[in-house]
Design a protein around this ligand. Structure first.
Ligand SMILES: [Zn+2]
Length: 95
């Protein structure tokens, strides 16, 4: 749920924060949702996953997937090709 903009080296950078500890997730983590819930997505470090789940209904209440899969699913569901999006980001970075 916590996708935010952080200013890093004067750049506005989208980051994902862990919904358990609040620190930025880098490289590996999970996104989680309750299959019988409202569809909200929560993010955790792998080391925070079980603690987060235990504090919010228990492990069996949650489905999760690795966070590196999320951009691929989003691109597919948005109908966006990675190559086109990467080229646009490159052009915008030059402005
Ligand atoms: Zn964490």
């Amino acid at each position: 749920m916590a996708i935010r903009i952080r200013i890093i080296d004067d750049l506005s950078c989208p980051v994902i924060e862990c919904d358990h500890c609040g620190k930025v997730i880098e490289r590996s983590g999970n996104y989680e949702w309750k299959p019988d819930g409202d569809g909200m997505i929560y993010f955790t470090h792998k080391r925070c996953c079980r603690a987060f789940e235990n504090e919010h209904g228990g492990r069996s209440a949650w489905f999760c997937n690795e966070v590196d899969c999320l951009p691929v699913h989003l691109l597919n569901n948005l109908g966006i090709k990675y190559k086109d999006a990467a080229a646009k980001v490159g052009r915008l970075a030059e402005l």
